[in-house]
Design a protein. Sequence first.
Length: 336
Amino acid sequence: MQLFELTRRLIDIESITPNERQISNFLWEHLSLLARRFRGEVARIAVETGRHNLFLSFDDPVVVLSSHMDTVPPFIASREDDDHIWGRGACDAKGIIAAMIAAAEQLLTAGRRNFGLLFVVGEERNSAGAHAAARHPRGSKFLINGEPTGNKLALGSKGALRYEIVAQGRMAHSAYPELGESAIEKLLDALERIRRIRLPTDELLGPSTLNIGTISGGRAPNVIPDEARAEIMIRVVGDVTELKNEIQAAAGPHVRGQEILLIPPVQLRPLSGFSTTVVAFTTDIPAFGNAWGEPFLIGPGSIHVAHTNEERITKSELTEAVNLYRHLVGRFGQGI
């Protein structure tokens, strides 16, 4: 299957987290064909019931190409024009998977082995697949993680700290507000205090940023609300110990701040001959740690259109990515 055709086939399989079963089955069949053709081994790595990572290896892999099978909602079917392929996952990260498979086929045809392909579930929610893979390393020394970086080698990526902020109140008739306690007002006051926290900055990664992503609560317009909650995410750039203390203090004694997720930032080394960038999004790399080898982050596409209704990838970047992945596998396969 050609590069562009495979990209569209993958896009047209809905795989919104945690519904990766169908795309996992499709890729299992595709990778099994490669394994039979080039004397490789393909395996499923269990994550949880009904969810598996896929690992295809040839000999003892020194370097592994990896990306994720899941996407954010909503599902958007593929289409293409002369220059682009469109649809959910075009750049994040089904086009990347297709480019890695195409690179693998070309490498194998040329006689290069000692590498593997690892495709994981759950990156868009909690990196469940990467955490599971980290518990079952296969001895590789280098991991090339694919995310949309414009085919530039990322020198670092911000982390993420997610909190749920919950306020409790007391219901009353809205005509007599003095008889109740508004949870929404408590929540809004706490969020305003959190917004005034001076967030850390880093010389390489830049400033931390705060997003109030969701707010919910209340019963009806004529009822003093007894419960309200919000979800916030901070893109972090360093140690968060002091920041977490400040969030709890800003929430105050009558509002509860509950930590939901922490993904640390990462800084990565450069390689000669590669253009570089720094990205603000998080990846599976912190979940992998160094279990699959020293990580590097590079892939085709723009993060600015990922997670949008206009998600797309240029065909020229896809083709370029195949060559980049071939070059990296050859370079790392020689221990450089």
